[in-house]
Design a protein around this ligand. Structure first.
Ligand SMILES: Cc1cc2nc3c(=O)[nH]c(=O)nc-3n(C[C@H](O)[C@H](O)[C@H](O)COP(=O)(O)OP(=O)(O)OC[C@H]3O[C@@H](n4cnc5c(N)ncnc54)[C@H](O)[C@@H]3O)c2cc1C
Length: 405
């Protein structure tokens, strides 16, 4: 294994985007991935314009686009009455407003596209079955400890970017080790074929042209098309107890039925018909903790700030982290260290996490709070709902000029 200027731990969305972003700046990169092979894990992803504009810049958007869908709207529906409560226009109007498309994809399709772009780049080398086990820093370099095919290896680099996910072991390299925290909720996920019986029953509840969120007390479900519209991704959220730290098939689907009790018969029938469901325990990481050590070790993505998925922004934030980090490291601004980058990213992450908490509170509301929510949404125009998202979806990396968009 040859050393490279930048060593990246993890070949998820954060790690692969960082590899492309550093290579774009002319830096040699080695990505180390613990898994023996990059498998098809995870759920659907909403890729908002703040993420797609960076993917476009890195040459990944064209690669992933054929397997995505560009939905026409985000629609909120009451899960009991199925009444439409709000509609945020997407499609062409979103592309015009935020100058990049809002897309929905399978996580594996995004990862394949990132991987394909990385494999075409001679500055990037990827090793699977390679686990980062530790790192030591001196004035000149960082020495990264790696276990590869049962052998202990060490690599010298100018920087270690730790993109090893929510259960990161690298977190302890930048501060006192703190585990992620279980958020008390489970994500239930399944995919249904659009042209099958279950897919056809879905069309009586939601649209193949939209991201539809069904709101209910203590429960919500998000549904949208993936895989070029051939499949529908369903993700439901319920309270639950902490389970294995991965997608797990060991589920008691009765818990999902209990949480959705009181929703429309067509919706509960869909939950029954769909499956098998896999379950993911939602964990978060306190983003206020340090992300950097000695300007040579940097955490990005879920390793730094895993958040609940209620603003659908975890991967988008990983993409933003990766791109802006490479930009700062390769520029003169690096002379001032990474502290400004870290502070700016932390402020953005805190706003996004706040938005997620607000969504969660509003979507799971019941009684008078739900009534007030419905009234509020009822008086908002489609344009003002879209305008509420300008700060998030209209974001561009520092230094991008209008002309570059
Ligand atoms: C149900 C659900 C829905 C979501 N929906 C959205 C959405 O719509 N939009 C959105 O933007 N985000 C969404 N997210 C969040 C998003 O999936 C994550 O934020 C994102 O995938 C995190 O990427 P990452 O690269 O930081 O971590 P990961 O994808 O976890 O990648 C980490 C990688 O590091 C590897 N690794 C771990 N330890 C080591 C080691 N020691 N050495 C080497 N490699 C190692 C792992 O094998 C893995 O490949 C959702 C999340 C969930 C759970």
């Amino acid at each position: 294994m040859r050393s490279r200027q930048v060593v990246i731990a993890g070949a998820g969305v954060a790690g692969l985007t960082a590899a492309l972003a550093f290579a774009r700046k002319g830096l040699g990169v080695r990505v180390l991935e613990r898994a023996a092979a990059l498998e098809e894990v995870g759920a659907g992803l909403q890729l908002s314009p703040n993420a797609t504009r960076i993917l476009g810049r890195l040459g990944v958007l064209d690669l992933v686009r054929p397997s995505t869908v560009r939905p026409e709207a985000i629609v909120l529906r009451d899960a009991a009455s199925l009444k439409e409560l709000a509609r945020v226009p997407l499609g062409a109007s979103a592309e015009l407003r935020w100058q990049s498309p809002y897309l929905v994809a399978h996580r594996a399709d995004l990862q394949h596209a990132l991987l394909a772009a990385a494999r075409q780049n001679p500055l990037i080398e990827i090793s699977t079955g390679a686990t980062v086990t530790g790192a030591t820093v001196d004035a000149q370099a960082v020495e990264v400890g790696v276990e590869h095919d049962g052998n202990a290896v060490s690599l010298e680099a100018e920087m270690l970017v730790a993109a090893d996910g929510v259960w990161s072991h690298s977190r302890r390299l930048v501060g006192p080790h703190e585990r992620s925290r279980f958020a008390g909720e489970l994500a239930w996920r399944t995919t249904i074929a659009a042209d099958g019986e279950t897919g056809r029953s879905f069309t009586s509840l939601g649209s193949m042209q939209a991201v539809t969120t069904f709101l209910h007390r203590g429960f919500h479900m998000v549904a949208y098309p993936i895989r070029a519209g051939t499949a529908i991704n369903l993700v439901a959220f319920t309270p639950g107890a902490a389970i294995a730290e991965q997608w797990s098939g060991e589920t008691d689907a009765d818990a999902l039925k209990r949480a959705s009790r009181g929703s429309a018969p067509a919706l509960t029938a869909l939950l029954d018909q769909a499956g098998p469901w896999t379950v993911w325990p939602l964990h978060t990481v306190d983003s206020a903790r340090p992300w950097t050590a000695s300007d040579r070790i940097v955490l990005i993505g879920d390793a730094a700030h895993a958040m609940t998925p209620f603003a659908a922004q975890g991967a988008a934030m990983a993409i933003e982290d990766a791109y802006t980090l490479a930009d700062v490291v390769a520029s003169a601004r690096y002379a001032h260290g990474l502290s400004q980058w870290e502070a700016a990213r932390k402020a953005r992450i805190a706003s996004v996490a706040r938005r997620g908490r607000l969504n969660h509170m509003a979507w799971h509301a019941s009684g008078p709070v739900a009534l007030a929510r419905n009234l509020f949404l009822g008086i908002k125009s489609a344009d003002s709902l879209a305008a509420d998202m300008d700060w998030l979806y209209g974001w561009t990396p520092p230094g991008w000029s209008e002309a570059e968009l």
